[in-house]
Design a protein around this ligand. Structure first.
Ligand SMILES: Nc1nc2c(ncn2[C@@H]2O[C@H](COP(=O)(O)OP(=O)(O)OP(=O)(O)O)[C@@H](O)[C@H]2O)c(=O)[nH]1
Ligand SMILES: [Mg+2]
Length: 544
């Protein structure tokens, strides 16, 4: 059973050195990491334990400024490896990382006291006592990456907690939260992440969200080794032919089609920051769930982060309104930060209605389910009337804001579009939706149109707005020539009158009294309109 273990702990406490001692791999690879001697981005290494357990290690940075990166690395892990410098004891990010692990629901792990070679026995004993109090129930192992002391014991402790830990869900739909992507010569775009649930294999069709794109997996690797099928709990690299590297970024999600879509709202049950416990203070009253949450927070989910507005519902619940969509599922954990970690939550509804009352939250919390945004049930899409009305309202607002010359909105790029669009009552023209019978109108642009028309004559005038020009041409108010120019309809008629069978460009130019370039534009337009045809140097008139 593969599992992922993530490091945690204050800056410089020896996380990366310990991972290297365990796995033989130095995960600090960025030039800036090597120069500054600190971790900045996530690092990954495979770890085979003596009992045959294979773990993927995610090494996180400890610097205060990179807590967001730590959260991205920690979400999706199965076990923690909390690292505490035996000489320093617990420091601010020891506490914060521990709080984050608790908010993410990661309960099983090991505490490693590091740099045992650098402290006296008595100091080590103090550090051990502090660690046991801080993380009750977790094995505490003294180690030194420098001398190798305790590394075997640490392996044994990891094997023990791995055997106790919860199994990742390998039967559910596939969900992979992207943390890195790169281009490999001869292979194309490769993206990596921790597989939260399900399996991914060669040839699988997946959805890349929130972009809303269907992709096909060419090949799968686990820690640089090709596999037929990767399963939940593994570090996975997936190659996606036809996808540009720029189309992928940390925070994106690959999912089994039809199982999860992007959402701008999450209904959550708030999780308290266990401040008292995390700081090792005397056990105080359990803080109220949610406690004091600022109205605006940074939401961390999977490898994604976005600002969110917190709309409370009673003491224990909130709707989070996001500025960028996330792809979540019921039961997912989120972390809320505002400068520092301020709380967290468990997703009750990943796609809730905009307005929901306390009763709905409570029902969700009791395990009831509601269909709001579309879900696929037995192959068919279902959604609530309220959701459909919300969508129609959003599209109506977008149409109101659209250019009156083209009063339509693109069809939503979602999987449910085919099922939902016919229910909306809009008219589908090409790839856009319009109100039934809606026609282009100038609206407030009549003045602009009149000014443009007043400029027109024999000489082509350059036009700035192609949509406006197209509209005016349909109305018979101008004629477009070349790429981005227009003439008056009268000029077109005048030029048409001087055409004669067999006329050359030079003759036409002289007859019309314009320059060569202008003459050329007119003749091209006549060709396009089927009035003339080019034969050698001359134009012959086509007759119908
Ligand atoms: N004496 C001694 N020094 C150690 C040991 N392990 C790590 N160090 C030193 O501690 C410093 C920090 O080690 P890292 O492994 O980079 O610490 P880190 O926790 O990964 O730091 P960040 O990733 O920046 O949070 C380095 O200078 C290491 O050489 C050890 O076992 N003994
Ligand atoms: Mg490090």
């Amino acid at each position: 059973m593969p599992l992922t273990v993530g490091t945690a702990g204050h800056i410089d406490h020896g996380k990366t050195a310990l991972v290297e001692a365990l796995t033989g791999k130095n995960t600090d690879r960025l030039p800036e990491e090597l120069a500054r001697g600190i971790s900045i981005d996530l690092g990954y290494a495979p770890l085979e334990l003596p009992d045959g357990t294979s773990l993927s290690v995610v090494d996180v940075p400890g610097h205060e400024r990179f807590v967001r990166t730590m959260v991205a690395g920690a979400s999706g892990i199965d076990l923690f490896l909390l690292v505490i410098d035996a000489g320093e004891g617990a420091r601010p990010q020891t506490h914060e990382h521990l709080a984050i692990l608790r908010l993410l629901g990661i309960e099983h792990g090991v505490v490693a006291l590091t740099k045992a070679d650098a402290v006296e026995e008595e100091m080590l004993e103090l550090a051990r006592m502090e660690a046991e109090e801080l993380v009750p129930g977790a094995p505490v192992v003294s180690t030194s990456a420098r001398t190798g002391v305790g590394i075997d014991e640490l392996r044994a402790a990891l094997a023990e907690v791995a055997a106790r830990g919860t199994r990742p869900d390998t039967v559910g739909p596939a969900r992979l939260h992207v943390d890195r992507s790169f281009t490999l010569r001869g292979i194309g775009t490769v993206t990596t992440g921790t597989l939260w649930s399900g399996t991914i294999g060669e040839g699988d069709e997946l959805r890349l969200e929130p972009r809303g794109r269907t992709v096909r997996v060419r090949s799968v690797q686990v820690h640089d080794r090709p596999v037929e099928r990767a399963e939940a709990g593994q570090r996975v690299a997936v190659s996606l032919p036809g996808v540009e590297r720029q189309e992928l970024r940390r925070g994106d999600v690959l999912v089994t089609p039809g199982t999860a879509g992007p959402s701008f709202r999450l209904d959550v049950a708030l999780e308290p920051l266990e401040a008292g416990r995390a700081r090792g203070e005397a056990a105080g009253a359990r803080p109220r769930a949610g406690g004091e949450l600022p109205p605006r927070v940074m939401l961390h989910h999977g490898t994604a982060e976005t600002t969110a507005r917190v709309v409370r519902a009673g003491d224990r619940f909130a709707q989070l309104r996001l500025s960028r969509p996330v792809v979540a599922a019921r039961g997912d954990r989120v972390v809320l930060r505002a400068g520092t970690t301020v709380g967290g939550g468990m997703v009750l509804d990943p796609a809730p209605p905009r307005h929901s009352d306390l009763a709905r939250f409570e029902a969700l919390d009791r395990g009831e389910t509601f269909v709001h945004a579309p879900v696929r049930v037995d192959g068919e899409w279902r959604w609530s009337q309220e959701w459909l009305d919300e969508l129609r309202g959003d599209l109506d607002a977008a149409i109101d804001a659209a250019d009156p010359l083209d009063p339509g909105v693109p069809v939503p790029a979602a999987e449910w579009a085919k099922a939902v669009v016919p229910q909306l009552g809009f008219e589908l023209r090409g790839a856009k939706l319009y109100r039934p019978g809606a026609a282009a109108e100038l609206g407030e642009r009549e003045e602009e149109a009149a000014a443009l028309q007043a400029d027109l004559g024999l000489e082509p005038v350059s036009i700035e707005d192609p949509a406006l020009a197209r509209y005016l041409e349909e109305q018979g108010r101008l004629v477009r020539v070349g790429d981005g120019f227009a003439i008056s309809p009268a000029a077109y008629a005048q030029a048409r009158a001087v055409l004669a069978d067999g006329i050359t460009l030079a003759q036409f130019r002289d007859a019309l009294g314009v320059g060569r370039k202008t003459a050329q534009l007119y003749l091209e337009r006549f060709d396009a309109d089927g009035v003339t045809r080019r034969v050698g140097d001359a134009r012959v008139l086509r007759r119908r």
